[in-house]
Design a protein around this ligand. Structure first.
Ligand code: PLP
Length: 379
């Protein structure tokens, strides 16, 4: 497949390619973990809400995690009633809640005020609270749900004195990202077991969140024991909700060099994509990996095609300067890329292709009509 990303099977660039075989492998690995431990698995669709991924995920998991009304609607359109839909968000609105409660089977309220305001509205669902266990594992505050004055979840120090806590059926926490081992999970569960779980007589489920690289962690014993212990001691369902782990490695961004020139003694290659097709490159200021990672000593700055001076992917050492018309392929961009992509400067979104192990299929193509519909009053 990788060789073909440079060839004519991908007819137009920029293109976002999802390797379905890799997604299937990750899901298989999650299915095995589910079998070994007895946990339940939800796909956190915000990482990549593509129909084909939701359909693959629902085949081997228990449902979908969502963060909004639109996600909940899309999840239900794709999975119908083949699984549960779990919601948590700080942005619940009273006017949307009746519909949300119809679409979602489980709701983890982000605050006790939202719980009180909405628990009685709408349809029957299983009510829970998102917890802030205040055990931080992320060192960049911008991504740490346990930061001081966090907006995510109910402070563990206030939760044990909340009125009516025994009516809650669930608890949820999510405190890490791209985590390569289960230590944070074990430590957090250890803390909430004694402080909370013993008191919650009606507890039916515990959601341990996403953020772990489940399919890449080889030492699974700790996780299996943790889940089995929780199920044995409290007779509850234990959920995990990975997003990144399912799709990140399966995604490629295929681009073409449109110009090349010298600037201050270095070569700049302009691509027909930009950081707006993978905004975390700019947000985190990291350098994405290339397929056929070059390893030469000719420094080339790969730059995006928008007016932003900092729209840069980084400096790479090529064996020889890439020519106009050459393909540049970024890897590991399946998660939080396309979903955050936009059309700044009027540059189109990438086409979307699926690779099924034998063939590429173009799933989506956007054109000027999509752009004008967004901006014209009569569009
Ligand atoms: C984003 C998110 C996830 C998924 O996280 P990944 O890092 O993509 O695995 C799961 N649960 C909640 C509450 C989230 O906000």
């Amino acid at each position: 497949m990788e060789r073909q990303l440079f060839g004519e099977k991908i007819a137009t660039t920029p293109a976002f390619v999802i390797d379905e075989t890799d997604v299937r492998r990750r899901l298989q690995s999650l299915a095995l973990l589910r079998e070994e431990s007895g946990c339940k698995v939800l796909y956190s669709m915000k990482a990549l809400p593509l129909q084909s991924i939701l359909e693959l995920a629902i085949d081997v998991s228990d449902g979908i995690s969502v963060s909004s009304l639109f996600e909940a609607r899309l999840a239900r359109e794709c999975i119908a009633d083949h699984g549960s839909v779990h919601l948590t968000t700080p942005g619940l609105r009273k006017d949307e809640f009746p519909e949300l409660s119809e679409l979602c089977s489980h709701v983890s309220f982000n605050s006790t005020s939202q719980w009180r305001a909405m628990a009685g509205l709408g349809e029957v669902f299983s009510p829970g609270l998102r917890l802030n266990p205040k055990v931080p594992f992320v060192y960049d505050q911008r991504y740490d749900p346990c930061r001081l004055h966090s907006k995510l979840g109910v402070d563990i120090d206030t939760l044990d004195s909340v009125d009516g806590i025994e009516q809650l059926e669930g608890l949820h926490f999510h405190t890490v990202f791209s985590c390569p081992d289960f230590t944070p999970m074990s430590r957090t569960v250890e803390i909430i077991r004694h402080r909370l779980l013993n008191k919650m007589r009606n507890l039916k489920w515990l959601n341990l969140g996403g953020g772990y690289l489940f399919s890449q962690i080889e030492q699974r014993g700790a996780f299996v024991e943790l889940v089995q212990g929780l199920r044995r001691d409290y007779a509850i369902d234990v959920y995990v909700e990975p997003g990144n782990d399912v799709v990140k490695q399966a995604g490629y961004l295929v681009s073409t060099v449109v110009d090349r020139f010298d600037s201050g003694g270095k070569t700049v290659a302009i691509l027909d994509t930009s950081v707006n097709h993978n905004p975390e490159v700019f947000e985190y200021q990291y350098q994405p990996e290339l397929l056929r990672q070059p390893c030469g000593d000719v420094p080339v700055i790969l730059a995006g095609s928008t007016c932003l001076a900092g729209d840069l992917f980084g400096e790479y050492g090529f064996a020889s300067k890439p020519e106009v018309g050459d393909r540049i392929v970024f890897k590991h961009c399946g998660a939080y890329s396309l979903i955050k992509a936009h059309r700044f400067n009027g540059y189109n979104l990438p086409d979307i292709y699926n690779w099924d192990g034998k063939n590429f299929q173009r799933l989506k193509h956007y054109d000027y009509q999509d752009y004008r519909r967004q901006w014209l009053v009569d569009g």
